[in-house]
Structures are given as C-alpha cells and as structure tokens.
Design a protein around this ligand. Sequence first.
Ligand SMILES: [Zn+2]
Length: 130
Amino acid sequence: MPFLSEATTAQPPTGEIDYRLARRQLLSEFRKGRLAQHEICDAQPELVRVAREASSPTSVACPVCDDGLLVHVTFVFGPRLPKHGRCVTSLKELKALARQSGDFSVYVVEVCPECRWNHLARSFPLKPRR
Ligand SMILES: [Zn+2]
C-alpha cells in the first residue's frame, strides 16, 4: 500500500508530523478542478496580517497563484497560552517557552499573503519526548 508507507516515512520518530502528503492531495484536487480557489485560499485576515508582518519568508513560490512567496507562521499551543495558540516570531521566544513547565506543541503554517493560500506544513513537540 504505497499511500500508507508514504505516510509512515513522512513521520520521523521525534514526534514531528509532516503534512506534505495532505497538501499534495489538496493541491491535486484543486488542479483537477474539484476544489475552487476560494475553498483552499481561505486564510483569516489575522493570519494574513501576521504572515505579512511577523513571519519567516521562504524562497518557495505559492503553489496556487505562483505570484507570491510562501511564508511560514509558527504557532505554539500549550498551558497558559491562548486557545488559538500564540504566534511566535523568534527562536528566543520559542526557547523561553521551552523552559516553562508543561507540554507545548509547535505548528508551522505556510501562508501566501497574495492569494491567502494556507496549509499546515508541520507540527512537532517543543520539547523532545522522552
Ligand atoms: Zn498564492
């Protein structure tokens, strides 16, 4: 079953989850015309704002509009953080959270500020699991 083995190899033992497979499937549905652009380019205004102002630009072109470069926005979820997560913009901030007690999860979302395409890129525990 190629689908299964691919999903397994995309998941390294560190607890990191890679969402490339789901992303590829979604984009393939879009290219086949089964999904409209507004259905996949639905980033909330707040997400687009942080993508423009406080995120890490990549050199990867947007797979949907091909005009914009994707940016990565990092959210951390865990104890004492807002329900919708905290947007983290620096490694320093991430390290400070790692020193606190409790389990934190990091989610990296790729966003195209031009067409509002957004997709989860990967997630991982902030502290390595023992
Ligand atoms: Zn785009």
